[in-house]
Design a binder for this molecule. Sequence first.
Ligand code: FES
Length: 119
Amino acid sequence: MTRPYQKLVLICVHGKSCPQQGALEVCDAFRQQVTQLGIQDQVRVVKSGCLAQCGHGPMVAVEPSGEWFCAVTKEDVELLLKGPILADEPLPRLLYQGQKAGKNVLPRDRWAIVPPQDP
Ligand code: FES
């Protein structure tokens, strides 16, 4: 059996940092773009729990390519879809390289994107 979707796009929207850094807007933008491009049967956008890279986000993981992207904004979504996700073209600016395997969490004062209304 073939996979039901060519690509899964997982967006961390439930952790401690990504939601404050705009992850829900990124998720909405992905869903809108996927609909506009008519690729709902190829790309499935999934809200994810914490990917344990807090502070680097919003984090986006793409399967089956295994590429992870960091500090993604809603303005980056079209580039991500038309580049790495649909055409397997690299996008080094957003490609995530964790410092080590497993959990990589930044302290709040080093977050990649500072929330607009930081309490
Ligand atoms: S909050 Fe997104 S990786 Fe933890």
